[in-house]
Structure formats: structure tokens, C-alpha cells
Design a protein. Structure first.
Length: 290
């Protein structure tokens, strides 16, 4: 696998309606939602939490620097093939945000939209307009994914990875620059059953259209699995997770397999993390804490 990273050495390293983005009516919590439906009890002392959004790029340095500038963060590099964006002085294990890790690969992005993207938060209409203008000055371009006329702005980073700049929403006032991480899926309820047992994050809502989590500490961005079309290309953006302090990584991986996860070979070789897919084929990695 091109590049390296996968975090401990780094110490800190994109959710809209329509066929691509966001919840009905552009709202995270729609009318008539089944709040915390089908909640699966967690096994005490065993759970994972998202810590990184991992992106593939031809030029990891350029894409990593774009995201660092976009989010107002710092950039670090472990050398050729891996660039990380994180808040200045941030511990990458802190749940207050998920960091961005960009890994070099030889294949360019296809025209098919990514199944995972970031939504960025804003505090006012003026802030939204300013942020969109600043992002475009950094190399972002307008993206058209069938969103139609909506109050948020859909953009793509310099290598075409889609993301959104949301209009101001009260629910995202305290998330930091990333409002939510959105994952396209076919069956949000099935994803809720798997991921709610896999993670230690709190499930806030699950309906036929989406499932929504946030850190159990009530900080940082939200995670939303959104009903969309089926996957057609390998994942170019995926989540990386770590076990809770004191939990055994091998035991966590075994637990995930029992829940329905499948081992994934992407040419990673002998590395300290484990590559898996969930029951719908979303790729993710389980990292070691140290």
C-alpha cells in the first residue's frame, strides 16, 4: 500500500438531500424520525471510536495542506506518501474532533462520488460565504452531485473529493470546523445495528433514511450513515478507529468479525493496523493506540 502513517507516529494527523447529500429537507433531525430506534446494547469495556478520516490522493502533500488550511489546522508529514492535518497542539486521540490523514496512491479519483465526505460547519450566512470563497481560493471547485437548489454549497478539493459547506445550523454550533462525517449506505438501520455495537459513540437517531451518532462525551463532529445508491468503486475515503484505553486490539478485531466485518487486503502488508469492511462493504481500519 502506498504511503504509510496510520497514526501513532503522527500524533494527530468531509453530511446535505438529493441523491448524494444529507438528511431530508437538509436537516439532520427530520420530522417523524424514530429517535434511538433499534439500539443495540454495547459490551461493557469493549468498543471503538473514530479518530481519523483517511483520504487517498495522488499528491498527499497538496491535499493534506489544502485540508489543513480549510480547517484552520496544522500540517505534519512523516515523509513521502503521508500527510496529516490536525489542530495545533492536538492529541489525535482526543474525541473533540476527527483528524485528516492523507495517503499517497498511484490511482486518480474517478468521476464517481466518494461514499464518505465531510460537511463543514458555519456560524452565519456571512461566514458561509466567506468560507466558500476562501476554500475556492485554496483550490476547491464547485461540485455537482444532483443536489439541486439547496442552502449548502457542494465543493471538491483539488483532487475532486467532494465535501459540503453547510448553512448555519444550531446543532453544529459546538462541533468545531467539521460538522459531520457522512457515509453513503443502502440500509441505515442495518448499519445502525452494526456500528452502534462496534463503536462507543452514542446513537442519536435512526430512520429508514439515516443513522446518526456523536461521541459519548457530547463533543466533536457527528457521524451520519445516509441512504443513497450502491457502491460502484473502491472507497477513497474511509474511517480509522481505535480501541478504548486498555482494550485489546486483537480482541476488538475478533469482535468486529463476529458482528459481520470482513477482512480486507489492499496490499497493506505487515502493518500494525487491521483493514476490514462492514456488512455493506465500507472500508475501515482498526489502529493500535501506541
Amino acid at each position: 500500500m502506498a504511503g504509510q502513517s496510520k497514526k501513532p507516529q503522527v500524533r494527530g494527523q468531509i453530511l446535505g438531500s438529493g441523491p448524494f447529500l444529507f438528511s431530508p429537507a437538509g436537516s439532520l433531525f427530520g420530522d417523524g424520525a424514530d429517535v434511538v430506534a433499534e439500539r443495540v446494547p454495547k459490551i461493557a469495556g469493549m468498543a471503538l471510536r473514530p479518530v481519523l478520516v483517511n483520504m487517498k490522493a495522488l499528491d498527499d502533500s497538496a491535499v493534506g495542506r489544502f485540508w489543513a488550511e480549510a480547517l484552520g489546522w496544522d500540517v505534519s508529514s512523516e515523509g513521502r506518501g503521508a500527510t496529516a492535518a490536525q489542530p495545533v497542539g492536538f492529541d489525535w486521540l482526543d474525541p473533540v474532533t476527527v483528524c485528516v490523514d492523507v495517503i499517497a496512491v498511484p490511482e486518480p479519483k474517478t468521476t464517481t462520488k466518494n461514499r464518505v465526505h465531510l460537511d463543514l460547519a458555519t456560524t452565519s450566512a456571512a461566514h458561509q460565504a466567506e468560507l466558500v470563497a476562501r476554500l475556492q481560493s485554496l483550490g476547491a471547485t464547485p461540485a455537482h452531485v444532483g443536489q439541486g437548489k439547496v442552502p449548502w454549497t457542494v465543493l471538491a478539493d483539488p483532487e475532486g473529493n467532494e465535501f459540503c459547506v453547510l448553512e448555519p445550523r444550531e446543532i453544529y454550533r459546538d462541533t468545531g470546523p467539521i460538522a459531520r462525517v457522512v457515509v453513503d449506505c443502502a440500509d441505515p438501520r442495518a448499519m445502525a445495528r452494526f456500528w452502534d455495537e462496534a463503536m462507543d459513540w452514542t446513537l442519536h437517531e435512526v430512520t429508514d433514511d439515516h443513522a446518526v451518532w456523536r461521541s459519548a462525551k457530547g463533543v466533536g463532529p457527528y457521524l451520519e450513515f445516509l441512504r443513497t445508491g450502491v457502491k460502484t468503486v473502491p472507497d477513497r475515503v474511509h474511517l480509522d478507529l481505535v480501541p478504548d484505553l486498555g482494550d485489546d486490539k486483537a480482541a476488538e478485531v475478533a469482535r468486529l468479525r463476529a458482528l459481520g466485518a470482513t477482512d480486507l487486503d489492499v496490499g497493506q502488508g505487515d502493518v500494525p493496523w487491521t483493514c476490514l469492511t462492514d456488512p455493506e462493504g465500507h472500508e475501515f481500519c482498526v489502529l493500535a493506540r501506541s
